[in-house]
Design a protein around this ligand. Sequence first.
Ligand code: GLU
Length: 373
Amino acid sequence: MTIADLPDLRTARRLVVKVGSALLVDAGKARGAWLATLAKDLADLRAGGVEVIVVSSGAIALGAAKLGLAKGGRGSLADAQAAASVGQVELARLWSDALGRHAITAAQMLVTIGDLEDRRRYLNASATLERLVEAGAIPVVNENDSVATEEIRFGDNDRLAARVAQAAGAEAVLLLSDVDGLYDRDPRQAGAVLIDRVDGVTPEIIAMASGASSSGLGSGGMVAKLQAARIAERAGIALVIANGTGDAPIARLLDTGTGTLFVPQADASARKAWLGGRLAPSGVVTVDAGCAAALANGASLLAAGMTEIEGDFARGDLVAIFGPKGERLGQGLVEYTASECRAILGLREDRQAEKLGYAPRAAVVHRDHMVRT
Ligand code: GLU
């Protein structure tokens, strides 16, 4: 399978297209003529029955130019946040105009990490995306940079795009960037070869990425793109990195097939995918060897096997699960609070009720809510 015979882009039911800052903005000005050609591509996909969701960068770059901020608005968090709030107004107008010329309604959605990581808010964001697409609009998503603080920002729209694809149940993600795809070494080095297909983002693949984003306008870079690819592959979503600099970039990609395709590595259920891609567990549960073996065989995590609880988590939070030698076994949604876990640590089921004051649940982490690593 290569991009050329990838069914997903033309026949995907739902596709997320991420547009990088370097494509949309040049020297502080929007590349309006180019955007018009991309909007035409998107309209064509839609006419072919593909439901399209856009993740668009560019707010910080546009806003920084307008406010006259140094370093493209990325000199400090406050600069980036101010730039984003000015630039987002313009970005929304650009998309609304460009899609409007094809009689398509653009819908702005600004999200933070929390909106896609908290289970309830994730379900909300996902329902809104669904409704917008059903109603015939093209959602244009960006990170809500103006309010998100450093610790809770994605910071790059590559991972955001992979998350949005999960939330929207999309089959494929296209990251349009100013690089052709993943090279086997820094593309500025002589002899660098473009990799056209990746089956699993392994440490060897990660080692190929150079940290630098070629334009300096966006914050993504190849490392962030590989993180996005990892989220996508575990969610059963195909991801393509391609150069979008030229006019009609999607038509061109379908024509030339030049880019890097990351083949999905799982067809996990949406919920499991979401679990696997989540970023920050709220606590750690350590288990004994017997429990570790049971988990490896697909069992749920029971209180009897727990040996240590770290962190302060609530029911429904994500916890990381470690084995007796400190090896990471997986993560999942925990059925008890941290203090309840401590109360029933190591206890078999028949002894849990008296500690809890109510009948125990089937498991501490149910296997349906767990992904193994
Ligand atoms: N959200 C940022 C913006 O709109 C872009 C993040 C990125 O560079 O990926 O400017």
